[in-house]
Design a protein. Structure first.
Length: 260
């Protein structure tokens, strides 16, 4: 199957799956959602770290050879710095609750409506960039593309749920909120197309693009997800987090073995 078709299928299915599961998750009661969401985040943390450290970075290093490994390290550092700046500009930060700083806009319903559109725009940019990263992975290797798409989708489920909750809080009807949330999720297709046509003719750049993709997964896992997990310190909850992180790692490792 052509690489472009792989990219389109991965971004389409990943976007639809994450938006659909987030919508179904809302059918659960608030108490059950609050109990299950940290488990999803724990699993996503393990999957993202494994995809970056077991899949993307080794492939990037192999692509440049031992004499240019420092360039991969430099690309990784540059990627982390880039995502830090994007997060500061509210292009990467996603609000999982209504208490985030981007909601401190004019008071009342107008503030909630503005916050909803801000989150929607941020989601669209983020998902488009995810599409570029998925394209870079598929252009390197189909196996790597599948693993990267899986890890990104695992992270998108709780993230899309957070965005959908904000849209509902902003006063949108459930149907309209789900449609806007799905449209925002599917901007990954646009990113995938841009990534394919921008990178297909410059294969020498791919190992460095893969390093930036690894940086995005590591940054989100370490800067956004893990701090939230540390809010729970009871032994039983902490053990469950470790088990679910390990499960995310194991799923990526098994997937890589089966596709390898």
């Amino acid at each position: 199957m052509p690489t472009l078709v792989w990219i389109l299928l991965a971004t389409l299915l990943g976007g639809l799956l994450s938006a659909a599961l987030a919508s179904l998750f809302l059918l659960l009661g608030a108490t059950r959602r609050a109990r299950l969401l940290p488990h999803l985040i724990s699993f996503a943390t393990g999957a993202m770290l494994a995809a970056a450290l077991l899949g993307l970075l080794p492939e990037a290093v192999a692509g440049v050879g031992p004499g240019r490994i420092q360039g991969i390290g430099a690309a990784l550092l540059a990627g982390i710095a880039l995502f830090f700046i994007l997060e500061k500009l509210v292009l990467w930060r996603h609000c999982h609750t209504t208490d985030c700083e981007s909601h401190h806009l004019p008071s009342g319903h107008a503030r909630d409506r503005a916050a909803g559109w801000i989150v929607l725009a941020g989601d669209g940019v983020h998902n488009a960039f995810d599409g570029v990263l998925i394209a870079a992975a598929f252009l390197t290797d189909v196996r790597l593309g599948v693993i990267t798409a899986f890890a990104i989708t695992a992270h998108e489920i709780p993230q899309e749920l957070g965005g959908l909750s904000v849209l509902l809080h902003a006063g949108m009807s459930p149907v309209r909120a789900m449609l806007f949330n799905a449209a925002s999720s599917l901007t990954s297709i646009i990113g995938g197309l841009v990534g394919y046509f921008a990178l297909a003719g410059t294969l020498d750049v791919l190992p460095y693009a893969i390093s930036v993709a690894a940086a995005s997964l590591i940054y989100v896992a370490v800067a956004d997800l893990i701090p939230g997990l540390h809010k729970r310190v009871d032994p039983a909850g902490s053990l469950m987090q470790v088990l679910l992180i390990s499960a995310g790692i194991a799923v990526v490792a098994v997937t890589e073995t089966l596709l390898g």
